[in-house]
Design a protein around this ligand. Structure first.
Ligand code: ANZ
Ligand code: ZN
Ligand code: ZN
Length: 846
């Protein structure tokens, strides 16, 4: 065995062996060995951008540790990977270099596959998929047709961002300061285009309702974001008559109890009544101008949608008044930039005393601010400071005065329904999913337009509608597809007359809405998924990815699953049992990015330190849910640790390889014969079992790999310090060997190559993955343990369990990694630490 740790040689040796031995191939389903339970570990599939980055490494290393652990626990593990291969960047590169997007895509896939393989990740590569091949995307088209049949895919005119120079639609992300991202001084204009939509709103209630299945398994934060995005609110629709128009304007309010305090009705500038108001107005010209002005500021507002900044409120009086059906009072009708066309009815009743936005608006334009809700506790609301927006008791509200807000809402909605000027309603913020993209590199939408028959879906037997490969990329025009006569012109499937194909392609989020089903039987050609395979593997036991996908992708995939349930493809409603969102990898305090010049390239790091060091560092440097600040010293430290493990393990390997233990059967007996354990042996055993307990429990619950690795480091130090005891005959070889073996098996889920090398040096023929995960002895693990409280700035913030004789370094390291303490310490400067042995750890931070 090489006395020097040589990661490059070791890693390529083991990667070859793993591949030759099909080590990570999931058993086909149903597994021949029926006692074996299945486990599905999934990481979000990468976009083939050219090179993997540290964020990928972190994501995949987290999943890899789990997959290896599950294999060792005896599961049949599915751990697949694929490519989210359609999309704009490849198309833009194609335009720039006048080459085909598929060339870029496939060469990037090849390169990135090599980089992933270099990391030694435990993927079942037989199941690799790429979403840009017809064998895959034909099923996007198939899903589209199924949805079309059920009225879940439909076409409507909608507003889009259009660059007049590019002559194409821009995504919201491509609009920079109101201009085209490629033509920085060309203002984006709004256009109305026919677009295809998927009716996700039909599933709003189920998307909310089924969240109860996810509670506990998904981060609360993600569920809260989804709940917000779906945005269910119960309220009332109320009609305000506009006398001069002979037609009411309908508002949506969640606070009908405040209606006696309404001082204006506000319309979005795009509201359907606005045209009629202009037509009836004696000052049509000036009103039209006002509408245009407010439209501009409201467009700027919706371009920024999602950012919670408090935009300037701009409005204009229309010259019309509307009648409050409860009080009979007339209030002015205004246009307002902050009223969204897409929500509720696009019209609002302004109640300045009880809604902060209305308050700001009415203050600015000098409208009155009458109070109609009093705080329940009898105190006075300070309306000089802003709106009082809580529930309370009604005042100045005619017959409803004195009621609580809840009671009043119920009764007032009742009155509206009885008299026919309104009704109770439920609104959702969720909008239907616009999937049309005027782009080439995506799935063609399987629709044909015939002048006689209208919209005709492509018959299923004609799928796939293949993306033609001979497109030209000029960067101008709606889409290269629209210019390809032999693609566009087609016989109508119904009447055989001349017809034209849809030339838009689908949003790439469609591709990623069901890809994880395809892995279970990636080559099936008769259906998108094999029901038997899905039945066996689903739900995904653990999904791991970035928090940035909390809303779009993670809602779309839930939506797709519900549609699949409705067409009897699957018999469940939620595809993912547990979700984990990892933090970002940052450097110098910022997310790594080419433009900031703070990128650390994983491939270079592998060449310099080896994959095991990179992986270990990714897991050690921070708890996985937090952001990880890259540090050169940190990765050096990880490299030093693996060198030390290698030295300590190889020192005795020759002697130990002949000794037998029961670890290969999952049994961690000490193996000490003919005498009681010596104090040195006892110490070692306690340490081994304590570490094993920590790692095992952590794998089940929290994944604080950083603390696991810290404990492995201590165990290695302990073993490294045993030489004198070994020479003095105070440690029996079988006890030492058992300890080494358990150490190597634990290490194998984090740094698998070096672990297999050491496992082999200990006399084992099979990779560590084939060995059962060792079981800790609970009694030994807790013997001689102490609980030590952790104080931060004098307050109790957590507790750790440590060995009675643990050294200060070890205790401090554990204390810093302790979950709650780590939260309080994160981002703060520690100015003082105190350790009172066996009693207390204390930090003073700023
Ligand atoms: C009067 C009122 C008084 C309101 C009050 C609130 C408090 P959520 O809870 O998010 O559903 N609203 C309705 N449609 C709107 C639109 N298209 N653009 C902007 N704002 C709109 O919000 C519902 C509330 O948001 C509604 O209730 C309405 O203001 C406003 F003390 O009506 B409320
Ligand atoms: Zn442009
Ligand atoms: Zn026809």
């Amino acid at each position: 065995m090489d006395p020097q740790y040589n990661p490059q040689a070791i890693e390529s040796k083991w990667q070859k062996r793993w591949e030759a031995g099909h080590l990570f191939d999931a058993e086909p389903e149903p597994t021949p060995d029926s006692a074996r339970k299945e486990y599905y570990v999934l990481e979000m599939l990468p976009y083939p951008s050219g090179d993997i980055h540290m964020g990928h490494v972190r994501n995949y290393t987290l999943g890899d540790a789990l997959a290896r652990y599950k294999w060792m626990q005896g599961y049949n593990v599915l751990h697949p990977i694929g490519w989210d291969a359609f999309g704009l960047p490849a198309e833009n590169a194609a335009i720039k270099h006048q080459r085909h997007p598929s060339e870029f895509t496939f060469s990037f896939i090849d390169r990135m596959r090599g980089q992933l393989k270099r990391l030694g990740l435990s993927y079942d590569w037989r199941r690799e998929i790429a979403t840009c091949v017809p064998e895959y995307y034909r099923w996007n088209q198939w899903f589209f047709l199924r949805m079309y049949e059920r009225g879940l895919a439909y076409r409507k005119k909608s507003r889009v961002n259009w660059c007049p120079l590019c002559e194409t639609v821009l995504a919201n992300e491509q609009v920079v300061n109101g201009c085209c991202w490629r033509h920085e001084d060309t203002a984006v204009i709004e256009r109305e285009l026919e677009q295809w939509f998927l009716k996700i709103t039909a599933y709003a209630e189920r998307l909310l309702e089924d969240m109860k299945e996810l509670r506990g398994g998904w981060p609360e934060r993600v569920l809260a974001m989804q709940e917000n995005w779906i945005g269910k609110s119960k309220g009332t629709l109320v009609d305000f008559e506009i006398g001069q128009l002979g037609e009411p304007v309908r508002v949506f309010t969640t606070r009908v109890d405040t209606i006696y305090g309404c001082t204006a009705v506000l319309l979005a500038p795009g509201h359907s009544l606005v045209g009629k108001l202009i037509a009836k107005s004696p000052h049509a010209g000036s009103l039209r101008e006002k509408v245009e002005r407010i439209k501009v500021s409201s467009a700027a507002l919706s371009a920024r949608a999602g950012d919670e900044a408090n935009p300037e409120k701009i409005g204009a009086f229309t010259g019309f008044t509307a009648r409050n059906p409860y009080s009979g009072e007339s209030v002015p009708v205004w246009l307002a930039n902050f009223v969204l066309m897409e929500y509720g009815t696009g019209a609002v009743m302004a109640v300045p005393a009880h809604d902060q936005r209305d308050y700001e608006f009415c203050k600015q334009y000098g409208l009155p601010i009458p109070q109609v809700i009093a705080p329940l506790d009898g105190s006075a609301a300070d309306l000089a400071q802003g709106a009082f927006s809580e529930y309370g008791r009604l005042m100045n509200s005619g017959p409803y005065t004195g009621l609580t807000s809840e009671d009043a809402q119920a009764r007032m909605t009742g009155e509206a329904e009885a008299k026919g000027f309104g009704k109770g309603t439920t609104q959702y913020r969720l909008r239907d999913w616009g999937v049309s993209r005027q782009r080439y590199w995506g799935t063609p939408i399987p629709i044909i337009y015939c002048s006689k028959c209208g919209v005709v879906p492509v018959p299923e037997s004609n799928l796939p509608v293949v993306l033609p490969m001979n497109a030209r990329f000029t960067g101008r025009g709606a889409s290269p597809l629209a210019e390809m006569e032999d693609f566009v012109n087609v016989a109508c499937p119904k009447c055989d007359g001349a017809a034209r194909r849809e030339t838009d392609t689908m949003d790439t989020f469609v591709d990623s809405s069901w890809y994880f089903y395809r892995y279970t039987d990636p080559k099936i050609s008769t259906a998108p998924v094999s029901q038997a395979a899905v039945k066996y593997w689903f739900p995904v036991d653990q999904y791991i990815g970035g928090i940035e996908h909390a809303i779009l992708h993670l809602i779309y995939m839930r939506f797709f699953t519900k549609v699949m349930q409705d067409i009897n493809l699957v018999d469940f409603s939620e595809p993912v049992a547990r979700l984990f969102t990892q933090g970002m990898v940052i450097k110098d305090g910022a997310k790594m990015s080419k433009s900031k010049g703070n990128v650390v390239d994983p491939t270079q790091m592998c060449a310099r330190y080896g994959a095991d060091t990179v992986r270990l560092y990714m897991l050690f440097a921070a708890p996985p849910e937090r952001d990880l600040e890259w540090s050169d010293a940190g990765i050096e430290g990880a490299a030093r640790f693996l060198n030390r493990v290698y030295r300590v393990a190889t020192k005795h390997a020759g002697v130990l390889s002949a000794v037998r233990t029961r670890v290969p059967e999952g049994n961690t007996e000490s193996g000490i014969v003919n005498r009681e354990p010596t104090p040195e042996e006892r110490r070692l055993l306690l340490k081994v079992h304590r570490t094993l307990r920590h790692v095992s429990e952590d794998m089940e619950e929290r994944w604080h790999y950083n603390t696991d690795i810290a404990m492995l480091m201590d165990l290695v130090n302990e073993i490294g310090d045993l030489d004198p005891a070994i020479e003095a005959g105070e440690i029996q070889a079988s006890c030492l060997k058992m300890s080494m073996e358990v150490l190597v098996l634990m290490l194998s889920i984090f740094a698998p190559h070096i672990a297999d090398e050491l496992w082999e040096s200990l006399g084992h023929g099979e990779p560590a993955l084939k060995t059962p995960w060792p079981k800790f002895n609970a009694a030994l693990a807790q013997e001689d343990e102490l609980e030590i409280p952790i104080q931060i700035n004098g307050k109790l913030r957590g507790r750790i369990r440590v060995a009675r004789d643990a050294g200060e370094d070890e205790v401090m390291r554990m204390a810093q990694a302790e979950e709650k303490a780590a939260q309080y310490l994160s981002g703060k400067a520690v100015i003082k630490t105190v350790y009172v042995p066996q009693k207390l750890v204390s930090f003073v931070v700023k």
